[in-house]
Design a protein around this ligand. Structure first.
Ligand code: PCA
Length: 344
């Protein structure tokens, strides 16, 4: 009743502008959150969609993040994780959070490089080749990425790296010429571009559909991490993993800005603190798990080895082309990130 009255007054004065409407929405969310906690009523629950299975370390980490938030917010905010693209398919998660269909979500930002070139900074081949370099690149890119996301009604909470990316194939690959004509599973713009450069046929497929795409012959080669190789039990379909360590993409946890503004300061602090702990914990796990994934794939009969010299040189050539293309397309902000990274 009280809220209705307040919302009614606000409507009169604020509805004339877009900004006014957004502020009104935030005010209502804030008011309901306040009333809920003040009255000791039910805690707010946020759905968190992710594209990856519950057993994936990113998702296990999200689950620990959710427990941390529940505890530190004194029970004011519960986060329910929805794995495997079940609530929103991977490619729809970012938009769902932008529009408020989900208040929070986890997404691979580089899959949205078509919206803003900066989102692909962590998928430039051979720019970073270690976890420490990935952290350094993220450090210099973070503010610009956060500003770009802010314009899309998103708050960037934290990100966690995947293990380094390598090439999975059915047959042995000695150089890029052996890749020609293959049906190649891509998961972002950068992987599609590699396919084009190598004369392969790219097809965009989320991890949740990878095993089926391989089983039905829709895809026969791909670049990803050992984590995804193990999640999808790819040894049932492919025999070779070339550990090219080509780049280290990251999953980002994004929050809808109106939902964020609607929280009290204590709950926001809980999210920020639990987020930075999750970033550190997830990064450490990625480091430890990287070699375990390679061992699991080898134990299941795959040939796991570094790429040979010719293949390595070809992949590095694609990397050079793509670095130049990225810098040209990302403008001043992109150049500033690369300069800052290389200067360190
Ligand atoms: N796995 C995800 C993205 C990067 C990775 O290592 C995937 O293949 O979809």
């Amino acid at each position: 009743m009280v809220l209705d009255g307040a919302a009614g007054c606000l409507l009169g004065s604020a509805q004339r502008t877009e900004k006014g409407r957004a502020e009104l929405k935030a005010t209502i969310i804030a008011a309901s959150a306040l009333m809920a906690t003040a009255a000791g009523a039910q805690a707010e629950t946020w759905d968190l969609p992710t594209a990856y299975p519950a057993s994936n370390y990113h998702v296990e980490n999200l689950t620990e993040f959710a427990s941390c938030v529940a505890e530190r917010s004194g029970g004011a905010l519960e986060i329910e994780i929805h794995p495997n693209g079940a609530l929103f398919a991977g490619n729809d998660i970012k938009r769902a959070v932008q529009t408020g269909q989900a208040p929070i979500g986890e997404r691979l930002l580089s899959a949205h490089e078509n919206e803003n070139k900066l989102f692909g900074v962590d998928a430039i081949p051979f720019l970073v080749t270690s976890f420490d370099e990935s952290d350094r690149l993220w450090e210099v890119a973070r503010d610009k990425l956060a500003a770009a996301l802010d314009e899309q009604n998103l708050v960037h909470l934290y990100s966690v790296p995947w293990p380094p990316q390598g090439l999975f194939t059915k047959k042995p690959i000695n150089s890029a010429a052996d890749l020609e004509g293959l049906k190649f599973r891509a998961y972002n713009a950068a992987t599609s571009r590699i396919a084009e450069l190598a004369g392969m046929v790219p097809v965009q497929i989320e991890q949740a559909e990878l095993a089926q795409a391989l089983a039905t012959g829709v895809a026969e080669a791909f670049i990803t991490s050992g984590a995804t190789g193990v999640d999808s039990k790819v040894w049932e379909q492919v025999d070779h993993f070339y550990d090219a360590q080509a780049w280290i993409p990251r999953n980002s946890v994004l929050v809808n800005k109106d939902a964020w503004s609607g929280l009290d300061e204590g709950t926001r602090t809980a999210l920020t603190d639990c987020g930075s702990e999750a970033r550190e914990r997830g990064t450490e796990r990625a480091k430890v798990l990287t070699s375990e994934y390679l061992r699991t794939m080898a134990d299941n009969g795959m040939t796991v080895a570094p790429p040979g010299d010719a293949l390595k040189a070809d992949l590095e050539g694609f990397g050079q082309t793509m670095t130049d293309e990225w810098i040209a397309a990302a403008g001043e902000d992109g150049q500033a990130i690369i300069d800052a990274y290389r200067k360190q």
